[in-house]
Structures are given as structure tokens and as C-alpha cells.
Design a protein around this ligand. Structure first.
Ligand code: HEM
Ligand SMILES: *[C@@H]1O[C@H](CO)[C@@H](O)[C@H](O)[C@H]1NC(C)=O
Length: 506
């Protein structure tokens, strides 16, 4: 009996082992070189322990193989992924061969039943549906509309500095939490610009908007578990879909959307023909009328602006303050540039987008702390690719292709002394364009799926920086670490341990 049990246990273990390694010769069979995968973790050794952010695992592989190959085959657990090592190949995937890679890997993890709102985001939509949704929401984010809501942004900037002054009066030895402050700022601008409502983020009694947005991104463990499970057992991803937006949060925003729509319609009828605020909500409502969308669909559209806007923008703002706080000279140069263009405490909208040093500081921040550290694409049509010192190979339909933007951006071949903050890198004429065309810096992506919120995001970040740098001296509280190590478990890239600022009124 004991023997039988032992045999059964042994057989079960052997079977599990066979299942787990069964696919590990996928790349070898196709003539694609690459590092040996480990049991369970594949080529992400820190997947379970979460000691280190996954991008460092990819960067190690990148450094090891980049001189020999354009791409290597790796495994996320058991799932084969093609890791792109040559920036020119990255550009082919995103731009010239886009028709072979037009969907995001994220599309595999959600569907309309599990997560209606997120499944309707351009990020996760696929094929023709993506194309038409992108065409629907893009006109809502033109430079003209971003300019229309600039007065709202300016109003929020004032609230921001009043809030900082209040914090300074209260005094805290820990300094100001840059991420919290930035999230207050973006949740305020985004909800006001998109829904015409105030989140009251800077008041003593913030509306639940801020808390609900924070809840969205405070669930990294669920994500990690989900990705581990579906990459170990890929067929599970047909059954198991991710709910990125918790039901409670969805309900909250649905109610909010309904009240925003109601408020706007009341304003319109009170103002008669004269009410005019050509902002995002206005655009969404017009779109809704043309396409006869209900509130839930309207919310799905608007959530594109809300969801994709809060956290990315706040992350970049917080890290830009970190970099300026650490680099007194850059901060002083920036302050001089800003002061030369200040009128009544603000920089004119058109000027805001044309301050070279301000833009260089922003780009350099995204290079060091990119919210989108990789682009994970799906091969949508098989294609044969060359591989430098190796044979040509075929990427099969359905394969995930990983573009490790961060690995390119901290490669000293492209950016000497890569970990140091040097805005001067982006001061050459057309620097951003040149780096993008070389494939080594694509802070907002590239090709047909390039970020649609770029103008909105940069205008907000720049407005907040102008406000703070012109009124305060930014220093770093000693509680903040001195290197650029990322938090291993956060969804978006963040300095491990947080960013703590000591601000001084000028
Ligand atoms: C500084 C802040 C931001 C950064 C660094 C950023 C970066 C990016 C990047 C790199 C992509 C391409 C992803 C890929 O191809 O793998 C992307 C896509 C996207 N971004 Fe942003 N983004 C930012 C802010 C925003 C904002 C404020 C919005 C909305 C208002 C937004 C909406 C989107 C959407 C909808 C997509 C998907 C486009 C598509 O697949 O067609 N982003 N973003
Ligand atoms: C992929 O892009 C390259 C140029 O980068 C081009 O020569 C080739 O024809 C493209 N292949 C397909 C299948 O579109």
C-alpha cells in the first residue's frame, strides 16, 4: 500500500514536471538562441521571490546577448516570449511591421465579461475594434482640447502650491511624499478636465475619487499571482480573465459618471445655447449622442482618460521632482528658463510646450523612470525575421514579443553614464525624434499605437513643475534612497522606498 502511494506520488510529480518543462524546447526547435529557463520561473528568476523588479532580469539577458543576436527566445514561466535586443527590430515591431504585431499582450488577460471597462480601453482592444475605438477617442485629446482645459490645470496648480504651503506650516520631519502629492494633483486635474468635477484632493476632506483611484493600482499581488498562473498554464487564460478594475471601483465611477453627465446637461440647459466648454466630457457626450451610447459605455470611454492618465502622469511628475531635487544645477537652470517666461505666475500654454530645458528634464526623467518599461506585443501574423549571428527564424502568430525599452534606455552605448540625470542629452535639436527613430528611446511608444495622451500628460506635468519650481526650492529628504533602484512589487516603476521631498518657499 505504501509502495503504491509512493509510486502514485512519484508519477504525479513526474507528470507535473513533464508538464512544466514540456514547452521549454520551444525556441531551440525553432533555431532561436537564448538563456536556459528555470523550472516554474522560466527566465524571470525573481518572479516568485519578488526581490527585484522583473525589468532587471530582462536587462541582464539583454546585456548578455545584445552583441550577438537581434532577438532571443525566453520563457515567462512556460510561455515562450521573444525578447527583442536590437532597437531597430523593436522599431520594426512597433512601426514598419506593425500589421504583424498589432495587438497588445494585455488583450489576452481581460474580456468584456470579466472587466467591461478595461476591456474597452484602446490598450486592450484588438484588431478592427481597436482601430475604431482609437479613432473615436483620439479627437478628444487634441492639442486644442488640452488647451481648452488649461485654465482648469492652472486652477489646480494654485491649489497644489497652497497645499504645499500648508504642509510646510504643519512641518513634518519625513518631508512630503512626492507620489501622494502627484496623485492628488493628477486626480484633481484629470477628474476636472474629464468629468468637470472636483476631487477635492487637496482639501482636508477629499472626495472618494482619490481613494478609489489609489485602490486601482494598489493590487500588485493579485496581478503577480494572476500572471504567474496564466503563464505557467497558458490554457488557463482562456478561462480565467483578470478583473483589473474592482467591482466596487467600477460602481463608484459609474455613479460619478452619471452625476457628471447630469450636471453637464443641467449646465447646458441653464446656459442655453451659450454654454460652451469644449472639454473631454463635452466630446464624449457628443460622441455618445452620435453613437447612442448608454452611461456604462460612456464611462468605458471616459475611463480611458481617467485610468490611463492618473498613475502614469503622477509617476513621471514625482520622479521629475526627485531628479530636480537631486540635481541642484539642473533645477537652477530650469528655474531661470521658467522665470524668463512667467506672466502673473503662469507660463502661457503655447510657451509651456516650447521650453527646451523643461522638456529635456521631462524626457530624461522618463528615460530613467519609464512608466512603460516594456511593450509586450502579440504576433498577429507569422513573420520571418533575421537574427544577426544566428539563423533567420519565424515568429508564429500568437507569440508574445517583449520590447525592453528600459534596457535600451540604460545602455551606455546609447546613453553614456546611463544612471545619471543629464537633461542635456535631450537638448540637441530633434533629440527625441532622433532617439525614437533609432529605437532607443520611445517614452510614449511609437507607431500606430503610440500614446494618445501624450499632449495631455506633458501639459499637466509641465504646468505642475512650473508652479512648484517657480515657488519652491526642491530638496530631497534623507529618508529617500540615493540610487535608482525600483520597487520590486509596484505595477508602475517607482523608486524603492518612495520619494520624500523637503520643499522650501522661495
Ligand atoms: C507621462 C505619462 C504617460 C506615459 C509615459 C505614457 C506612455 C505610453 C506608452 C509607452 C504607450 C504605448 C504602449 C505600447 O505600445 O506598448 C501608451 C499607450 C497609451 N496611452 Fe499613454 N502614457 C502617458 C499618459 C497617458 C495619458 C494621460 C493618457 C490618456 C489620457 C494615455 C492614454 C494612452 C492610451 C489610450 C494608450 C493605448 C494606445 C493604443 O494602444 O492605441 N496615456 N502610453
Ligand atoms: C517589415 O519591415 C521591413 C522594413 O523594416 C520591410 O522590408 C518588410 O517588407 C516588412 N515585412 C512585412 C511582412 O511587412
Amino acid at each position: 500500500m505504501l509502495l503504491l502511494t509512493l509510486i502514485l506520488v512519484f508519477l504525479a510529480a513526474a507528470l507535473l514536471y513533464a508538464v512544466l518543462v514540456w514547452n521549454h524546447d520551444y525556441w531551440r526547435k525553432r533555431g532561436v538562441p537564448g538563456p536556459k529557463p528555470q523550472l516554474l520561473c522560466g527566465n524571470y528568476p525573481n518572479m516568485f521571490a519578488m526581490r527585484r523588479h522583473a525589468i532587471y532580469d530582462l536587462t541582464d539577458i539583454y546585456r548578455q546577448y545584445k552583441h550577438k543576436y537581434d532577438a532571443v527566445g525566453i520563457f515567462g514561466s512556460r510561455t515562450p516570449q521573444l525578447l527583442v535586443l536590437n532597437p531597430q527590430l523593436a522599431r520594426r515591431v512597433l512601426v514598419s511591421n506593425f500589421s504583424n504585431f498589432h495587438d497588445n499582450e494585455l488583450s489576452k488577460t481581460v474580456d468584456e465579461r470579466s472587466d467591461f471597462i478595461f476591456a474597452n480601453n484602446p490598450l486592450t482592444l484588438t484588431g478592427e475594434k481597436w482601430k475604431s475605438r482609437r479613432a473615436d477617442v483620439t479627437p478628444g485629446l487634441t492639442l486644442g482640447r488640452v488647451k481648452t482645459v488649461y485654465p482648469v490645470t492652472k486652477k489646480v496648480c494654485q491649489k497644489l502650491s497652497e497645499w504645499v504651503e500648508r504642509q510646510l506650516r504643519l512641518g513634518s520631519p519625513e518631508g512630503i511624499n512626492a507620489k501622494h502629492m502627484s496623485l492628488c494633483f493628477t486626480s484633481e486635474t484629470v477628474t476636472d478636465c474629464v468629468l468637470g468635477l472636483s476631487a477635492e484632493s487637496f482639501s482636508d476632506k477629499p472626495t472618494p475619487i482619490l481613494a478609489n483611484t489609489k485602490d486601482l493600482f494598489n493590487q500588485p499581488l493579485t496581478f503577480v499571482l494572476f500572471f504567474m498562473l496564466t503563464s505557467t498554464f497558458p490554457s488557463l487564460s482562456n478561462l480565467l480573465k483578470l478583473r483589473f478594475i474592482p467591482l466596487k471601483v467600477e460602481r463608484f465611477f459609474l455613479d460619478l459618471m452619471a452625476s457628471a453627465v447630469e450636471a453637464r446637461r443641467a449646465q447646458q440647459s441653464a446656459g442655453g445655447e451659450h454654454f460652451e466648454r469644449s472639454d473631454f466630457l463635452d466630446y464624449i457626450l457628443q460622441l455618445g449622442e452620435r453613437q447612442q451610447l448608454d452611461n456604462r459605455q460612456l464611462l468605458a470611454y471616459s475611463m480611458t482618460f481617467l485610468l490611463d492618465g492618473f498613475e502614469t502622469t503622477a509617476t513621471v511628475l514625482a520622479h521629475m521632482l526627485l531628479n530636480l531635487g537631486r540635481n541642484a544645477r539642473a533645477q537652477e537652470l530650469l528655474r531661470e528658463e521658467i522665470r524668463a517666461h512667467l506672466q502673473d505666475g503662469f507660463v502661457d500654454f503655447d510657451k509651456l510646450n516650447n521650453l527646451p530645458y523643461l522638456d529635456a528634464c521631462l524626457q530624461e526623467t522618463i528615460r530613467l523612470f519609464p512608466p512603460a518599461f516594456t511593450s509586450n506585443k502579440l504576433c498577429t501574423e507569422s513573420i520571418e525575421l533575421p537574427n544577426r549571428d544566428g539563423p533567420n527564424f519565424v515568429v508564429e502568430k500568437g507569440t508574445t514579443v517583449v520590447i525592453p525599452h528600459y534596457s535600451f534606455m540604460v545602455d551606455e552605448e546609447f546613453f553614456p553614464d546611463p544612471q545619471s540625470f543629464q537633461p542635456e542629452r535631450f537638448m540637441e535639436p530633434d533629440a527625441v525624434k532622433t532617439f525614437r527613430e533609432r529605437g532607443v528611446y520611445m517614452g510614449f511608444g511609437d507607431g500606430p499605437r503610440v500614446c494618445i495622451g501624450m499632449r495631455f500628460a506633458t501639459a499637466q506635468i509641465k504646468a505642475a513643475i512650473v508652479e512648484l519650481i517657480s515657488k519652491f526650492n526642491v530638496k530631497i529628504n534623507p529618508k529617500t534612497r540615493q540610487d535608482n533602484q525600483f520597487d520590486p512589487v509596484q505595477f508602475f516603476i517607482t523608486l524603492h522606498g518612495g520619494i520624500w521631498l523637503d520643499l522650501e518657499k522661495l
